[in-house]
Design a protein around this ligand. Structure first.
Ligand code: HEM
Length: 521
């Protein structure tokens, strides 16, 4: 029997087993399930969830009037919560009841795909949570320089080439992935490593495969997963080649590890790496490849959605954004002529568009999922969440809640910048600048998750995406190619939604005297 039908048969068998297992769990709770009743309704819902989890969440939310419900999926059952009080419950909890690391292991299978990186996850902790955020200032000039090199190259409009066109149409998501991968890696490993095209290609495909494969592996019984992954790696390539290509650059950084001013994220990593990993640099490199995976796709999704939205805006709106960027760079409390972190922190309109993209687009049907270790009652005092189940938050009801957002169905690019007080630094705790910034966490905005396990890379991601977007905006006009939709339909797989891989955007070189952003004084 060929591989695909066998895979589907095993998956189907596993789904049926999950159904029987879930039957054993559910009688202990009074939580209803979305989808038609009975075993066939269950199997139908599981298959529907592969391409339309978002629709199922919306259906469940309306049918059960905002109360918790069960979403069966090909990766098991999710108890879906979407009321701010439920977000608060998860936000306050530590891992003793609602456990995030156990759930991340279940969902993404890092140990199968990357080896043992979770028993000592040093690359995910202090480094990203505090050291990286402190080092962001010094990474801005590096990222800007790389953006200036890679954007014209990947879009295909080179100033130096006589044959270069002024206007080019490109598949946007793919182009943004390659740009973001280069800029991210300039921060991660530095130059020239970030320009090794063979490595970048492999890294991007690792990132593309890892999330869906984590979910596909979940269709197989536990004992089969390593073997299935091995077969898949032989057929489609694995992280090993990316690790091999990147290791020489990681080794190069070892001598800089203890310096006072780390230049790249790998330098930070080396400070925490155990001796064993320093002696076997491939082990270190796996961590860099894993971090890249968390970083590249998420940031590319935001960059792409933002550019689609920018292409829909009026020339006056675009002029206002460009003026704000230039003013922030020139202002004495901003960059004083240089595009540094202080200046980027004052790109309020771009920040607002990013936050609105996160609010408006459903980038995941359910998120911030946690494995439940003990029977727990929800704040209503009656709904039992049984131990062994998985809870998750649905962004749509929270992000489209009219009590939290005026006209929630409208995409308002400046929704959040209008709420901010000018000249207030985003870092000022409790200020309107802080609360309405892209990276702020709240119970009605869960793009970066919540509580103890909220995304620690969000400050790095926001800075990187804003640097790329500012560089594009100041150099190019954006438009949709003739005859194409101005709202390209995103593509959904299991719980995640990505921008359409086929949608294109036209970049036209701006005429005039603009010479590019300065990254040094
Ligand atoms: C726009 C880009 C990004 C988005 C939308 C995003 C979103 C998320 C979300 C939703 C979570 C789960 C939070 C939860 O469970 O409550 C998460 C976790 C995480 N993210 Fe991000 N992320 C982004 C960029 C990055 C980058 C650039 C890095 C690394 C440099 C990163 C590293 C991580 C790590 C390490 C975790 C796990 C945290 C933990 O479990 O304690 N992310 N991210």
């Amino acid at each position: 029997m060929s591989l695909i039908p066998t895979t589907l048969l095993i998956a189907l068998a596993f789904i049926v087993v999950s159904f029987l297992f879930s039957k054993a769990l559910r009688p202990r709770s009074n939580i209803p399930r979305v989808g038609p009743p009975g075993p066939f309704g269950y199997i139908y819902t599981v298959f529907r969830s592969i391409l339309d989890s978002d629709g199922l969440v919306e259906e469940g939310w309306n049918r059960f009037d905002g109360k918790p419900f069960v979403l069966p999926s090909a990766t098991g059952e999710w108890i879906v919560l979407g009321r701010p009080e439920d977000v608060e419950l998860l936000r306050r909890s530590d891992d003793s009841v609602f456990n995030a690391p156990m759930r991340a292991k279940q969902l993404f299978k890092p140990d199968i795909m990357f080896g043992d990186i979770t028993s000592n996850p040093y690359h995910l902790e202090t480094i990203i949570r505090s050291d990286l955020t402190k080092a962001l200032k010094s990474l801005v000039p590096e990222m800007l320089e790389e953006a200036q090199l890679v954007i014209p190259e990947k879009i295909g409009i080179l100033d130096s080439s006589e044959s270069s066109k002024d206007s080019v149409t490109v598949p946007l998501f793919e182009t943004m992935i390659s740009i973001v991968a280069r800029v991210s890696n300039r921060a991660m490993i530095g130059a020239p490593g970030c320009r090794n095209e063979k490595f970048l290609k492999r890294q991007v495909s690792v990132a593309e495969q890892a999330i869906p494969m984590g979910q596909v592996l979940g269709w197989f019984p536990g004992g089969w997963r390593k073997a299935v992954w091995k077969v898949f790696s032989i057929v489609a390539g694995s992280k090993d080649e990316a690790v091999k290509l990147l290791t020489p650059y990681v080794v190069e950084r070892i001598k800089y590890a203890q310096q006072d001013n780390p230049q790249v994220i790998t330098d930070l990593l080396l400070r925490y790496a155990p001796e064993e990993d320093i002696n076997q640099p491939e082990k270190l490199t796996v961590r860099v490849v894993h971090l890249n995976m968390a970083s590249i796709h998420t940031s590319s999704i935001f960059t792409t959605h933002c550019l689609f939205q920018l292409a829909r805006m009026s020339p006056d709106q675009i002029d206002a954004i460009r003026t704000e960027i230039v003013d922030a760079i020139q202002s004495p409390e901003g960059g004083r002529g240089v595009c540094n972190k202080n200046a980027v922190d004052k790109f309020y309109m771009l920040d607002s568009i990013l936050k609105e993209v996160g609010r408006y687009q459903s980038l995941f049907a359910v998120g911030s999922s946690r494995f439940v270790l003990h029977d727990t009652l929800l704040s209503d005092g009656t709904t039992l969440i049984p131990a062994g189940s998985v809870v998750s938050l649905a962004p749509k009801p929270l992000h489209k809640n009219p009590k939290s957002y005026a006209d929630p169905e409208v995409f308002d690019p400046f929704r959040f910048s209008k709420l901010r007080t000018r000249n207030q630094q985003p870092q000022e705790e409790g200020s309107s600048g802080m609360k309405n910034s892209f990276t702020a966490l709240s119970n009605d905005y869960i793009v970066f998750g919540i509580g103890k396990h909220a995304c620690p890379g969000r400050f790095f991601a926001a800075l990187k995406v804003k640097v790329i977007l500012a560089e594009i905006l100041l150099n190019y006009d954006l438009s949709f190619p003739e005859g194409t939709s101005k709202y390209p339909k995103p593509f959904a797989f299991n719980i995640f939604t990505v921008p359409s891989p086929f949608a294109k955007l036209t970049f036209t070189k701006r005429k005039g005297s603009f010479k590019g952003l300065s990254h040094s004084a």
